[in-house]
Write a protein that binds this ligand. Structure first.
Ligand code: ZN
Length: 135
């Protein structure tokens, strides 16, 4: 198991973590990479890392979930963050071919911060075998 951390700068923001994820994958392996953001108020998703689209993702989540009025706010005041992260989920699985993520041309792995700024931890596990070996 490998891991990396991400520093986020705003309460609701996005960070392209594709390079960090690629760096955690051993060379010469075919298989599946699973990455998990170890938090209940941050998410991982696959999408296009175009700056306006990433802004749209933030606007979409903000519009989808009202900021206040939730029961959890009485103890933690961040129910909106939990609910926004929950829409996307904490993990992604991506096939790995010869040690590289088999993403589409426009696909990137994006960490979506819903309660920042914070330091976020992502754990990475690759299940697979050496490229070219029998399964
Ligand atoms: Zn909470």
């Amino acid at each position: 198991m490998d891991r990396f951390t991400v520093e986020t700068e705003d309460r609701l923001s996005t960070v392209d973590v594709t390079a960090e994820l690629e760096a955690a994958i051993p060379e010469g392996v075919d298989g599946v990479c699973t990455a998990l953001a170890k938090h209940t108020t941050a998410a991982l998703t696959v999408n296009e890392a175009e700056s306006r689209l990433l802004g749209d993702v933030e606007t979409f989540l903000s519009d989808l979930v009202p900021d206040s009025g939730w029961d959890h706010d009485r103890i933690d005041d961040n129910a909106d963050s939990h609910l926004r992260a929950g829409v996307l989920g904490p993990s992604v699985s991506v096939p790995v071919a010869d040690g590289e993520l088999a993403l589409g041309t426009w696909q990137s792995v994006i960490l979506v911060e819903c309660d920042g700024p914070r330091t976020r931890e992502v754990v990475v596990e690759v299940a697979g075998s050496a490229t070219g070996s029998e399964p």
